[in-house]
Write a protein that binds this ligand. Structure first.
Ligand code: HEM
Length: 162
């Protein structure tokens, strides 16, 4: 089992990246509602994901969870607790029967929103580059850890079926 230190090492994720992400926290907060609206618009457009978003009561709770995850990308703290949190998130999606494909596609929406936000905030490419690299790393790390929950579930099924 990999530790968060291993994961960060493999992605060349440094303390500088952590600090850069933390610097982005205020703009992430300011744009969270708009990006979450785009995220949910996207999820509602696809029948397979919209099916998970039918109940209005649980929608409020779910929207809060997704927004918290988004803000937490910029906490500046990426320790073992962060890794466990992402494993828990991955398992929640496996449990509710969501195909991993939709998590990957949804992450692409978040990535695009963040890249556009960086382009609007830092029009000069030399200024923007370091933030973009840090954002790409943390999104890839998130997807990596969440995807491993799906792989583990598949392995578990194979062993149980023997
Ligand atoms: C739960 C994040 C994609 C539907 C959650 C939770 C988080 C989260 C933080 C709360 C987990 C918990 O505390 O138990 C993400 C991220 C995604 C993503 C980072 C990709 C960027 C999706 C997609 C759908 C979806 C594509 C499709 C509709 C759900 C549902 C739950 C959930 C239904 C509740 C699961 C349960 O009943 O415990 N997600 N999510 N998520 N997410 Fe996502």
């Amino acid at each position: 089992m990999l530790s968060m230190e291993d994961v960060k090492h493999h992605y060349f994720f440094s303390e500088t990246d952590a600090a850069l992400l933390k610097e982005l926290l205020p703009i992430a907060r300011d744009n969270c509602d708009r990006i979450m609206d785009e995220f949910y618009e996207y999820l509602m457009r696809i029948p397979e994901t919209a099916a998970f978003l039918r109940e209005e009561k649980s929608m409020l709770r779910l929207k809060r969870s997704h927004a918290e995850w988004f803000i937490n990308l910029f906490s500046g703290r990426y320790d073992q607790g962060y890794l466990h949190g992402l494993q828990h998130i991955g398992q929640a999606h496996v449990r509710c029967g969501l195909n991993a494909h939709y998590v990957n596609a949804a992450m692409n929406v978040i990535r695009r929103c963040l890249i556009e936000l960086l382009q609007a905030t830092f029009p000069v490419i030399e200024q923007r580059r370091k933030y973009r690299i840090a954002v790409e790393k943390i999104l890839d790390i998130n997807l990596d850890i969440m995807s491993s929950s799906y792989q583990e579930e598949e392995l578990r099924k194979v062993f149980l079926s023997r």
